[in-house]
Design a protein around this ligand. Structure first.
Ligand code: WTA
Length: 687
């Protein structure tokens, strides 16, 4: 299966590999050369390394982490997490069977690791800085206050009948109560499923039903970029079709009253009635901590499962070492809490490290394109972690929006979620970071739990090559596979990116669908975890990510299955069939492009059909999923056996209609020229 992905994208991959860096850009970063690591004390950086025999530099530590995985992870887990009962076995994994178990025998609680243990040392340290949507307003929450909020909320959940193992869906904006809700679930042993608050009621309902959640936590409204979003109304609509939901807890984000139903409970009022302590439940290492839904190559989103111990260790370790986070730093991850980046680097990683983390509720353009940098100045942010799509957007507005603000607090910049192009990388590094901050392009996925490939950690001052993710993190052993499924051992090669060894942060299963988990990740390349991405390994052994090899789009860093969009489009009464592919988009990275064939006899105006289709996709999935272009075609290009030739459609939307390659398997080649002509016409009139 994976090999056919590869065949499809082969030319695309080749094209990307040759997108070499410009010489000028290269020269400007040439000053970042590796320096001698002879005088470098690795144990000062990672205290546990003192016990790892023969380890003296980063390469030594990396080799130790992959060759002596049990010792490496065992020592880190013992030192870095607070255990109720110590574990007896570091790992018991069989990748070929999709069996992943870490730190068995151990008991702990993620909320204790993120809260209670810091209360003993620094109760008044700020845990969260909530950067509210309203410009210039922020709210600080100390560790003591966050523990109190979490305990009160945990007690409310218990009073409402939530027990260990029950699922709770959280549909909220990034704010302290959302973090408290996540940690409250962890504290009482419930499993949280945060659904991004941009998803429609139907998408929310699907996710509630799949998880069989008992309870939903939401807020009356949300504010985003100055607009009010009716979250509670969306939840009302969703829970109508979700019989498992007995209660909806409603927080007040704004002062506006909303209609309450008999399932609804005002959250803050209930919390005030509760005690400020709540005993944490002893969780097994492998008990579920949360589910997070993400798109795959079928129409059905998958609920990836992460567990208490391994996820917590991996996110805290990557947070500490990829970003060089130190006590007292202010960590600014601007991703929404509804995505894995928000989970791992706005909540669990930083809090497990006793850090101060920013919850960014707004958008990069509100009230103006200086928002991020004004926030950096006001909150004195030390590490800034954002998405290439926002950087591409902001660079268009010019340097003055950045330079207006004092960014001297910045020490590390990070990028995540999609490939960052050289121009955006260079601007981010030169203008935002004034060439003084290491810029780390971090590759990872919902499935991997935390960052797997990034330029840091490394030896101090080791080179960073623009727009490359470069170095595997400790314990991560990347492998590139060719089209026949053989592992490529050479350098200067490209192939399907796999990971050859288990690591503690990896997802354990797809909720209720272990079979799909095995088929998707472990069967394509037996003995390896298959990421779905293509990558290039340079002569120096550094990695560069090419993009997805399957039918998953990445729109503004948000994952979207083309099959999900097609399913919705096909439900429209005038549509006979459709094919959705991604096309390169200057700001969003990728956009959705839909080809549709109408049913016989349909003569509705095309503009009306297009509008209806866009509205339907927004309603059924989310606004960002709506196709930018909808092209009505007479026929889709198909093989003689009836399979849609997506490869051909991808070429057409990339503007390479003259390089379609071998069409000998195509059933009716006359369809193609019409599609190419129609595409040219449509792209001449962008929406
Ligand atoms: C893509 C987001 C290039 C990739 C953390 C991956 C990237 C998918 C990068 C996961 C990067 C993530 N360079 N591509 N630095 N980071 N991706 O699950 O295709 O929302 O498979 O996790 O985003 O998206 P997800």
């Amino acid at each position: 299966m994976a090999m056919s992905f590869l065949a499809c994208r082969n030319t695309f991959v080749k094209h990307c590999f040759h997108r070499k860096l410009t010489t000028a850009l290269w020269r400007s970063f040439a000053k970042w050369k590796p320096t001698s690591s002879r005088n470098y004390n690795i144990a000062a950086c990672m205290p546990e390394a003192a016990a790892f025999l023969g380890v003296g530099d980063h390469a030594g530590l990396y080799n130790y982490s992959v060759n002596e995985g049990d010792r490496f992870w065992g020592a880190l887990a013992r030192q870095r997490l607070s255990w109720i009962t110590p574990f007896h076995t570091v790992q018991d994994c069989k990748l070929s069977e999709g069996k992943i178990r870490w730190f068995e025998g151990g008991q702990l609680n993620a909320s204790v690791n993120c809260l209670d243990r810091h209360i003993h040392t620094c109760p008044e340290r700020v845990a969260l800085i909530w950067e509210k949507d309203e410009p210039g307003t922020e709210a600080r929450v100390t560790y003591r206050q966050l523990l109190e909020l979490t305990c009160r909320l945990g007690n409310v959940l218990k009073r409402q009948g939530v027990r260990k193992g029950d699922r709770v869906t959280i549909y909220m904006p990034p704010c302290p109560l959302t973090v408290a809700a996540m940690l409250a679930c962890a504290r009482i042993g419930a499993v949280h499923s945060v659904v991004f608050a941009g998803f429609s009621s139907e998408a929310l309902a699907d996710r509630i039903r799949d998880a069989q959640s008992k309870l939903v936590i939401t807020s009356n409204q949300a504010l985003r970029g100055g607009r009010t979003i009716e979250l509670k109304k969306t939840v009302d609509q969703a829970v109508k079709d979700c019989p498992s939901v007995t209660r909806v807890l409603v927080a007040m984000r704004t002062d506006n009253q909303v209609q309450m139903t008999d399932k609804d409970i005002p959250l803050e009022e209930e919390m005030m009635k509760e005690d400020v302590t709540c005993d944490p439940v002893a969780m097994e290492s492998e008990d579920m901590l949360f589910l997070l839904y993400t798109s795959g190559s079928t129409g059905k989103p998958k609920g990836l499962v992460h567990t208490h111990a391994g996820y917590l260790l991996y996110t805290s370790l990557t947070h500490r070492y990829v970003f060089n986070y130190h006590d007292g730093d202010v960590f600014g991850c601007v991703a929404d809490i509804g995505w894995i980046t928000g989970h791992s680097y706005a909540v669990y990683g930083p809090l497990c490290n006793g850090g101060t983390t920013v919850l960014f509720e707004s958008t990069p353009l509100y009230p103006d394109p200086g928002r991020y940098w004004e926030t950096v100045e006001r909150l004195r942010i030390n590490q800034f972690y954002g998405a290439p799509t926002a950087i591409r957007l902001l660079l268009k507005y010019g340097d003055q929006w950045v330079k207006k603000y004092d960014r001297s607090s910045l020490k590390t910049l990070g990028s995540v979620g999609e490939p960052i192009n050289s121009e955006a990388w260079e601007w981010y590094s030169r203008v935002v970071g004034e060439g003084k901050c290491p810029l780390v392009d971090t590759w990872w996925q919902t499935e991997t739990g935390g960052i797997c490939i990034a330029p840091r950690p490394s030896d101090p001052d080791a080179e960073i090559i623009p727009a490359m993710v470069m170095r595997p993190f400790f314990g991560i052993q990347p492998a590139l596979m060719d089209e026949k499924g053989n592992r490529l051992s050479a350098s200067d090669v490209s192939g399907a990116l796999c990971i050859a060894q288990p690591w503690p942060g990896m997802a354990r299963t797809i909720y209720n669908d272990h079979k799909r988990y095995i088929e998707t990740y472990f069967q394509p390349y037996p003995g390896h975890f298959f990421t779905g991405d293509g990558a290039y390994r340079s002569k120096e052994g550094y990695y560069q990510i090419i993009g997805r090899l399957d039918d998953v789009l990445n729109v503004s860093g948000h994952r979207l299955g083309t099959a999900e969009i097609e399913e919705v489009v096909n439900q429209h009464h005038v549509v006979a069939e459709s094919a959705v592919v991604g096309y390169p988009h200057e700001i969003k990275g990728e956009g959705a492009y839909a080809f549709i064939v109408l049913k016989d006899g349909v003569d509705d105006p095309e503009e009306l059909i297009e509008k209806q289709l866009r509205d339907t996709v927004s309603l059924k999935i989310a606004k960002y999923a709506a196709p930018d272009y909808i092209q009505v075609v007479k026929r889709l290009p198909k093989t003689r056996s009836g399979k849609i030739m997506r490869r051909v459609l991808r070429k057409i939307v990339e503007g390479k209609g003259s390089q379609l390659g071998d069409l000998s398997t195509m059933d009716d080649q006359t369809a193609v020229q019409e599609i190419i002509d129609g595409h040219k016409h449509l792209r001449g009139a962008p929406r």
